[in-house]
Design a protein around this ligand. Sequence first.
Ligand SMILES: [Zn+2]
Ligand SMILES: [Zn+2]
Length: 663
Amino acid sequence: MADQLTITLPDGSTKELAEGATSYDVAASIGKRLAKDAVAATVDGELVDLHRPLEHDATVAIVTADSEPGREVLRHSASHLMAQAVFDLFPGAKYAIGPAITDGFYYDFELPDGAHFSDSDLERIEARMREIAQEDQPFVRDELDPVAGKALFADQPYKVEIIERVQEQGAAAEDASEVGADGTVGVYRNVHADGSEAYVDLCRGPHVPSTAKIGAFKLTKVAGAYWRGDEKRPMLQRIYGTAWESATALAEHLNRLEEAERRDHRKLGAELDLFSFPEEIGSGLAVFHPKGGIIRKVMEDYSRERHEAGGYDFVNSPHITKRDLFEISGHLDWFADGMYPPMELDGGTEYYLKPMNCPFHILIYRSRTRSYREHPLRLFEFGTVYRYEKSGVVHGLTRVRGMTQDDAHIFCTREQVVPELTRALEFVLGLLRDYGLDDFYLELSTKPPGKAVGTDAEWDEATQALREVGVDAGLELVMDEGGGAFYGPKISVQIRDAIGRTWQMSTIQLDFQLPQRFDLHYTGADNERHRPIMIHRALFGSIERFFAIMLEHYAGAFPFWLAPVQVSLLPVADRHEPYAFRIADRLRSEGYRVEVLDAHADTLGARVRKAKTDKIPYVLVVGDSDAENGTVGVNERGSERPERDVTVDDFVARLAARLIERN
Ligand SMILES: [Zn+2]
Ligand SMILES: [Zn+2]
């Protein structure tokens, strides 16, 4: 009689199973449905194959394909499936690595004679993958010693290199996860029904039990990728794909991709004539055209208005500074990689472009003695900063090299920290809602290991204060361990946009360090010297990035109050032009942004289409009866049917109401 195993389930209940049982047996003992949906399991926290025998009493959680870890197993397994299909269709191919990535997977190949995959090859490979999936080949695990492993992959140089590197460097090697960290070489085989080998790969696993579990997948593109990301090594062919738990989930994902492409701010920015990145200026440095410029102005004006009402003081600071400032602040120790190299002026003095505004605001605080009565002191600036981003990561307006932050620094006493953080968070959330964003969660970033100044006690106190404020806000709070800046922990507002993507938005950062480094102090009620505490706070992050997020969130159809052109006036014929211009003058005098597309430009139909592709909130068409009766024909964005004979007074009243709703 074999021994029994005691298996603890996530809910704390236990099951007794016979020795030799697997996680699959655990799933089957819970329910048929779960056994069917299972793709892997965690055993005492470690993700393993579903059919791996349980060796001792353990806590077992079944992983299904519709969870993030389940999708990762599914996607990685799909990379094996793809490699098998490639070998079937391209004899002599060499393979390198095939990991799961966010929303998908890839595998890197080298084809004989330097051949490349074409788009039609992707279709063939995908078709072959479907046949292999149907065959339902099991994934069978094996362990070899390194010598046997190298013999098995003798004609696969990349696999041999991986084994050798792990042999030399042990568990710390970059490839340890490909092999198995315990000195053995993990191997997975796919086998045909008759037991013969269909495919073998070097891998630690885990994988889905068999290829039929990989049903909903699609190959998306092929790209070049250097082996180990090293441009001195061979250029391999990388095929990307995605895999999901169901055909519906796959279709939704492909839809999201398409939608994201449709909303790409770089594309919309050009189509709507909002901004550009002229070659002559350089990578990551944008210029805003008049229509983009007006949106920015409206965004900034509203932000200024709210900051004024929120008790902030407005300051300004220069773009460049002597080296000394960033030495005191610590930026040259901790942030030098993100800074542009210095320029030498005045006989050898080094000047830097500023990557941050904080030290400037600190000098304003320090410009005279401060009393406790002045606190909290909230200094605000639209400060333009320059950061060196590698050319590979520069992306549209979301990763730029020059940007303007809506930056504030709040100097407060120790007692004011929690109320000020709370106030700052409420301010930020209120303003984001005004811009039409209302799906948030919070992320709390803690001390970055080995990259932080200050004592653990200071970090603990600051982190605790932020946590308190986050919890009180009643929003979901996610931990980002080690993600803080070098001078303090931060809480950031993450927003979900119209198509469900998340963006890190506003940050609120607590800082005990810079006040020390700059030896800031104020006179307290007790007449003693005290050290203020600083809160760094940016709402948009950068205006450029916020602009891009808004553009994508609204797919270019900005809400009425932000739209660069709010009303487009279309005279039917030349003779209606004077009337159209009179209405335009009236609307402009009331503060609205108006354009007249006159009859010389194009046919009426073409002008209506142009106004629609420009996503203008109101398109007014005026003809004979309008000019006689003081009316307009109104085409509102998003409404199918135009309204006729609306009096100009009624229309103006309607616009005024739109302005108040704000989003
Ligand atoms: Zn694998
Ligand atoms: Zn700052």
